[in-house]
Design a protein. Sequence first.
Length: 201
Amino acid sequence: MTGDHYFTAEPTTPAQPREVEFSVAGRDYTLASSAGVFSAARLDPGTAVLLRKADLPAYDATGPLLDVGCGFGPITCVLASSAPAATVWAVDVNQRARDLTAANATRVGAADRVRVAAPDDVPADVEFAEIWSNPPIHIGKAELHELLRRWLPRLTPDGVAWLVVARHLGGDSLHRWLVEQGWRVERHASQKGYRVLRVTR
């Protein structure tokens, strides 16, 4: 065992390159992955529910869009493919995840529109029309709340955030907490034990 987690900044786990295949909205994806990142061997079930049940951006959307905790980039690549005129920011603390997301943006032909960054490297003046996240629940409740306090206020006035959280990992309590913080929250869908939350101002 190592001390690595998918939210480790510089994983020491050997890379072990692999590929993950999945389909969203009629399009097939084959993305590069590796040990040391979130859900390295498959499309995470929560991410799959989010991409299946949330409203993907319109074809003519221009963004900017944000993927918080991008991992190897499945959400980023789907957003960039769904909205070919949009700029997509992909944020992760994990350097290996960021490198994989950049490589996968090239695979789907979106390298010129995907901005991969560590959280502190996103310019402070950028606001987002949409924020997407399968948030890192395992960092702990206080850290999760801090992450959402950091990014949700950067929605444009009419922007929307899409979050997926497992019910047994606190999906309903997170819903309540977001409402207490003043956000409008709709449980947009439930599937396979996951809640898809639509968050607006």
